[in-house]
Design a protein around this ligand. Structure first.
Ligand code: KIV
Ligand code: ZN
Length: 395
């Protein structure tokens, strides 16, 4: 319940595609064992749908989707399929033994994709939408249909395709921003309009799927939800094609931290976010950028004296969420040339030193000189500096 309104928050489904769209990042290929470990963790942390792979793409992908489908306890397991019969049958076979299996089928609907990639007329694409969803629905109850390059699709045609997909039995309708082109207000409005114009739109869950080419994937994702979508497609650490997909950890924490703007809830346990980030980084060998929101190593680190002083007085001065809430052990006050006396004194205390005023002043001066010369000042450097100070004082 929200205190302000007394109403329950709307549940938004988290559809993780780390193992499918994430793995499509150049160089992010994962082994079967790594995929199983990631799927287990995603399931444990409360992800609603795990897109485990693209079964027709390779024997390895088929195997991974099949095995994940057979072991996941709570989440729905999805397999991706283009609009062709072989793709759909293969995806159906792979998710057959899942407790809850989903076929996720897609086709491009934008003029540029239809003309150049598919080389098909819009009417033929529309027929494929109907045929593919119908075929998938004959294999599983849970069918997602995606309009690839949805945000560059002509609105009337998009509505016709969505209407046809729902009529053929699609239970989820995804409108992806395949090339990271949209902006938040436009994406929110797209969902409002499509949901208003398409008959029986309430029979399907609408889904957002955003790429990060202009750095707006998370902002667009949240806007899509405000516009009425109730499923979010995302990846751990935001890995994915080109500049990546919307980052799961950022979305989960934005919803938790700004419930006033996003009155929704997810089923994801936030204290597991850091573990998931580390696991995916290790499996893909993709390092997480230091300043990455939520899971970057600097996300809860402070170096400047002003910030450190504020943090020592009250952590809310410079942190809008606690490190513990996302599975990070604690805030770190990094000692460097921007650090102030207050933090230096605290650091000494942590290292077991209590210095008198004069000795402290002297040690602080020497620390500042050192920090000007050295990029990283480690605890050992400070210990050496203070030990030296104490020896000099005794001489
Ligand atoms: O970005 C995209 O359009 C996709 C679809 C296959 C859903 O990944
Ligand atoms: Zn994608």
């Amino acid at each position: 319940m929200t205190a302000a309104t007394g109403s329950a928050k709307d549940r938004v489904l988290i559809f993780d595609t780390t193992l499918r769209d994430g793995e499509q990042s150049p160089g992010a290929t994962m082994t079967l064992e790594e995929k199983l470990e990631i799927a287990d963790l995603l399931d444990e942390m409360g992800v609603d749908i795990i897109e485990a792979g693209f079964p027709i793409a390779s024997q390895g992908d088929f195997e991974a989707v099949t095995q994940i489908a057979g072991r996941v306890k709570n989440a729905t397991v999805a397999g991706l399929a283009r609009a062709g019969d072989k793709d759909i049958d293969r995806a159906g076979e792979a998710v057959r033994h899942a407790r809850r299996g989903r076929i996720h089928t897609f086709i491009s609907t934008s003029p540029v994709h239809m003309k150049w990639k598919l080389q098909m007329e819009p009417d033929a694409v529309l027929q494929k939408v109907i045929a593919s969803v119908t075929r998938a629905r004959n294999l599983v109850e849970d069918v997602e249909w995606s309009a690839e390059d949805g945000t560059r699709t002509e609105l009337d045609f998009l509505c016709r395709c969505v209407e046809a997909a729902i009529k053929a039995g699609a239970t989820t309708i995804n409108i992806p921003d395949t090339v990271g082109y949209t902006v938040p207000e436009e994406y929110a409005q797209l969902f409002r309009t499509v949901r208003e114009r398409v008959p029986n739109s309430d029979k399907a869950v609408f889904s957002v799927h955003c790429h990060n080419d202009l750095g707006m994937a998370v902002a667009n994702t949240l806007a899509g939800v405000v516009g009425g979508a109730r499923q979010i497609e995302c990846t751990v650490n935001g890995i994915g094609e080109r500049a990546g997909n919307a980052a799961l950890e950022e979305i989960v924490m934005a919803i938790r931290t700004r419930g006033d703007k996003f009155p929704f809830q997810t089923g994801v346990e936030p204290t597991m976010l850091m573990r998931a980030s580390k696991l995916v980084a290790a499996a893909t060998s993709f390092p997480v950028q230091y300043n990455k929101a939520i899971v970057g190593r600097n996300a809860f680190a402070h170096e400047s004296g002003i910030h450190q002083d504020g943090m020592l007085k009250n952590t809310q001065t410079y942190e809008i969420m606690t490190p513990e809430s996302v599975g990070v052990l604690k805030t770190s006050l990094v000692m460097g040339k921007h650090s102030g006396r207050h933090a230096f004194k605290e650091k000494l205390k942590e290292l077991g030193y209590e210095l008198g005023e004069n000795a402290l002043e002297d040690a602080f001066k020497r620390f500042k000189d050192l920090a000007d010369r050295k990029k990283h000042v480690y605890d050992e450097d400070i210990e050496a500096l203070v030990d030296d100070e104490l020896v000099t004082a005794h001489d």
